[in-house]
Design a protein around this ligand. Structure first.
Ligand code: PLP
Length: 419
């Protein structure tokens, strides 16, 4: 806790980690809901393909590649096999938010369509939702969200495409290009002088006062969480296709950048359902915004903010600039998260340039935090202790490490600063 307060980098092992956690232990989400979310995305695939032709190659399923990064692995000096999960390239949103955000918009559209007779059942033809009648109906409905950027892009683009009146409430520090892109696609962007929490509070109040409006709640949304969790079964398929086993002798390590927690939490939940104690999940957060590790380690969850321990909450990793974690997620993660690394902002462009130079892959600064968690497992005493305590030492040559790249592809060239 002292190190956290002093904004020092830490590699933290979760003392409450339960390797044999079983999914029945959470009161908020249920494994069956993940399966239903997956089927829902399947039902919507033709409609996604209709609105976003770039998804034709994958039949309307928005998914990213899992790629070896051998040169980068060599530079990092890591044994085993290192793969990059390229959610940085996900269609529509260009970030991991394509998973949770678009899922939540589709779920809401489905609920409305079933209630209002636009679909007769879940077996109906979902392309009906592209009819003029359906679009006219959706246009009477608002979808609102507060965002520093990527969630707004995901919700704004997908909701606008379906015909909803999308309103994105953004803090002043949100990037101009994200606001421009959203406005070009028909979303309504409201700007706030204060920080992110003001934008969220205002968006929520405006939406709650309007019976025809739906608010996407980054901190409390089960639907966002479920959309993220579906990533795990997709990843399992990709590992199978590569002939990669995950078992006692072949541990899987996954490193994911964490903001409010929905994306990394949902993905981790999904992975734990499939791989159990053979998958080891670590989050990464900026030293100035370590809200998840603060919440779990202090036991206070969402009842404490990073500002309360003297940190600024400000970081160049804009997707991770969150001062208070989602309590829903932190409670679920308490038993399943293996640990976490915090990282100083200055390191992010170093990893970013390394990946660009070695692999010609571009990811945004927030994504790069995940590399620091991978490095930390090998380079810190705590990381080595984890390996020892979990009896993994003799299996590290067979280990697979997945660095989750959470965003990047929509970033304009002039924003990338790679030289
Ligand atoms: C949102 C985001 C994250 C973290 O997701 P949370 O759900 O906020 O924890 C990580 N990386 C990028 C690029 C993001 O946009």
């Amino acid at each position: 806790m002292d190190q956290l307060k002093q904004a020092q980098e830490i590699f933290w092992i979760n003392p409450s980690y339960k390797p044999d956690w079983s999914a029945g232990d959470t009161g908020t989400v249920h494994p069956e809901q993940v399966r239903q979310a997956s089927m829902r995305l399947q039902r919507f695939a033709p409609l996604i393909m209709h609105y976003f032709p770039e998804t034709e190659g994958s039949n309307g399923i928005i998914e990213s590649d899992l790629a070896d990064i051998p040169a980068m692995q060599k530079s990092l000096g890591v044994i085993g096999r290192v793969l990059l999960k390229k959610d940085s390239d996900l269609a529509v949103a260009g970030s991991v938010k394509a998973r949770g955000g678009i899922y939540e918009v589709l779920k809401h559209a489905e609920d409305l369509a079933l209630q209002n007779g636009l679909l007769s059942s879940a077996e109906d033809d979902y392309l009906k939702l592209a009819s003029q009648e359906a679009r006219d109906f959706f246009h009477t409905q608002k979808v609102q969200v507060g965002s520093t950027g990527n969630l707004g892009l995901s919700i704004g683009r997908s909701a606008s495409a379906l015909g909803f009146h999308a309103i994105v409430h953004m803090s002043a520090d949100a990037k101009q290009w994200k606001k421009d892109l959203l406005r070009r696609e028909g979303a309504d962007v409201q700007e706030y002088a204060g920080d992110y929490s003001k934008a969220v509070a205002s968006g929520r109040a405006l939406s709650d006062a309007d019976p025809n409006s739906y608010f996407v709640d980054d901190e409390h949304s089960v639907n966002l969480f479920l959309g993220y969790a579906v990533a795990a079964e997709r990843l399992k398929k990709q590992l199978d296709q590569k002939g990669i086993a995950v078992d006692e002798e072949h541990p899987l390590f996954v490193y994911i950048p964490c903001g409010v927690g929905g994306a990394p939490g949902g993905i981790t939940y999904g992975l734990k359902l499939i791989f159990g104690r053979h998958v080891h999940c670590f989050f990464a957060e900026p030293t100035q915004a370590p809200c998840m590790v603060l919440g779990i380690a202090s036991g206070k969850h969402d009842e404490i903010s990073v500002q309360e321990i003297g940190l600024s909450g400000m970081t160049a990793a804009d997707g991770l600039a969150v001062g208070r974690c989602s309590g829903m997620v932190s409670h679920i993660m308490e038993d399943v998260l293996s640990g976490e690394a915090t990282v100083e902002d200055e390191r992010l462009p170093v990893y970013q340039k390394m990946l660009w130079n070695q692999e010609k892959i571009f990811i945004e600064p927030s994504s790069c935090a995940a590399f620091h968690a991978l490095a930390g497992l090998f380079r810190t005493e705590e990381g080595q202790r984890y390996i020892r305590e979990q009896n993994l030492n003799e299996h590290m040559n067979n280990a697979v490490h997945i660095v989750w790249a959470t965003g990047g592809s929509l970033m304009p060239m002039e924003e990338r600063h790679l030289d």
